[in-house]
Design a protein around this ligand. Structure first.
Ligand SMILES: [Zn+2]
Length: 400
């Protein structure tokens, strides 16, 4: 294997990033910060500001950004991991490492549904969810944080099951609707039990993704009241526009747009949410691995689609994959802010892009070039092997 498969990460004692040309905060209310220097200590951001005000002494690692952009590491809100960096869905190894090269530093499981022989009996599905939570907590492929252990709810589960799962460390439900619970009433009861014990929920939206899944329409979604309306743009088969509009208008839940969905429906959702003044509800995922395969650049492609075709400001589109997701998923990353996890992606406009700078290039629908990623204050990858080449890449001028 060409890629490094790091176990649970080490953390850099002190990391200094200087000469940042554009600091994208991840915060939709203040997407661009007036700062050129970020310092992290012990894997946490300890300073964001101007170089003259920063304490740069005794850094173990200094990165010269050379004027390129720094953003929080991207978050993929919807993946289907199985074990380590392997997916049987398309018989692929190293797919998570490939996504790291697309700027993704955190992934959220929407269910480990591709595990061959996945148990569907209640004790089995609970044991499997706890196992998935443990194995991805114990092993981070290439350093990427994969939040997994997301059981798919089945008929017959009782409140005690959710209590047990929560006590064992499970914090997520897999997509509601992928199992035998497909009616609004049962889903609502189980989602409420999950919420009571601190387990977050996502519901499948739209037509069946693959043989075996089914239609979940707006009535089921509104009845279930899950925290996130998973792939509201379908996976791939989208609901009619009127139903998507109704979902945006009738509740305040998260609106997840995925790469492996219907692009037209994603743009419709963006327009409706924008019209409501509720862009803070939009979060991005790939829904990979799936029938459409693995998209190492899927999150960047969604950002370029929503900015280039959807017309949203590129600095706002980056927030859909960082701060919005972190807030909704209760993560300690996703923002360039003191106290947050030091997870970063360095980007610049791709070579030969018609845009004059990174944001202009994304507004034109071009993908940015990723120059480096950092997780927990540790450099995890250098010039991306997957994005178009960045015009400028950062350089480690001290340490490693
Ligand atoms: Zn789905």
């Amino acid at each position: 294997m060409a890629h490094e498969a790091a176990a649970t990460s080490g953390t850099a004692d002190k990391l200094v990033i200087r000469n940042i040309g554009l600091l994208l905060s991840g915060d939709i209310h203040t997407p661009i910060l007036d700062a050129d220097t970020v310092v992290a200590t012990g894997g946490r951001i300890t300073f964001v500001g101007r170089r003259a005000d920063a304490d740069l002494e005794n850094a173990q690692c200094v990165i010269d950004a050379k004027g390129c952009a720094l953003a929080p590491g991207l978050i993929d809100s919807h993946v289907h991991p199985v074990a380590g960096d392997w997916t049987p869905r398309q018989n692929q190894l190293g797919w998570i490492d490939s996504c790291l090269h697309g700027g993704v530093t955190t992934m959220i499981s929407a269910g480990e549904v591709h595990m061959p022989g996945r148990p569907k009996d209640i004790v089995g599905l609970k044991a499997f969810a706890i196992t998935a939570q443990r194995i991805f907590n114990g092993f981070r492929p290439s350093g990427v944080k994969v939040h997994a252990g997301a059981p798919v709810i089945e008929q017959g589960m009782v409140e005690e099951d959710f209590k047990d799962l929560a006590a064992a460390g499970v914090r997520l439900l897999g997509e509601v609707g992928l199992g035998s619970v497909k009616d609004g009433r049962t889903a609502r009861e189980m989602v409420a039990w999950a919420r009571k014990y601190g387990i977050q929920s996502t519901i499948h939206t739209g037509g069946p993704s693959i043989p075996g899944s089914g239609l979940i329409d707006k009535d089921v979604i509104l009845a279930a009241d899950a925290d996130i309306i998973g792939h509201i743009n379908g996976g791939h088969t989208a609901l009619p526009d009127a139903q998507i509009t109704c979902l945006c208008e009738s509740c305040g839940r998260g609106l997840e747009l995925v790469h492996n969905g219907n692009e037209r429906a994603a743009l419709h959702t963006l327009r409706v949410a924008g019209g409501l003044g509720q862009l803070e509800r939009i979060i991005l995922g790939t829904d990979a691995p799936a029938g459409s395969g693995v998209q190492p650049l899927g999150i960047l492609r969604m950002i370029a689609l929503l900015a280039g075709v959807g017309g949203v400001a590129p600095e706002i589109a980056f927030c859909f994959a960082t701060g919005n997701t972190a807030r909704m998923r209760e993560l300690d990353c996703g923002l360039i802010e003191v106290g947050r996890s030091a997870d970063f992606v360095f980007m610049d406009k791709a070579q030969q892009s018609a845009g004059g700078n990174l944001l202009e290039s994304v507004a034109l629908g071009d993908l940015p070039g990723v120059g480096m990623t950092v997780i927990d204050g540790v450099v995890r990858s250098h010039r991306s092997r997957n994005t178009p080449p960045a015009s400028v890449v950062p350089e480690i001028t001290h340490g490693n």
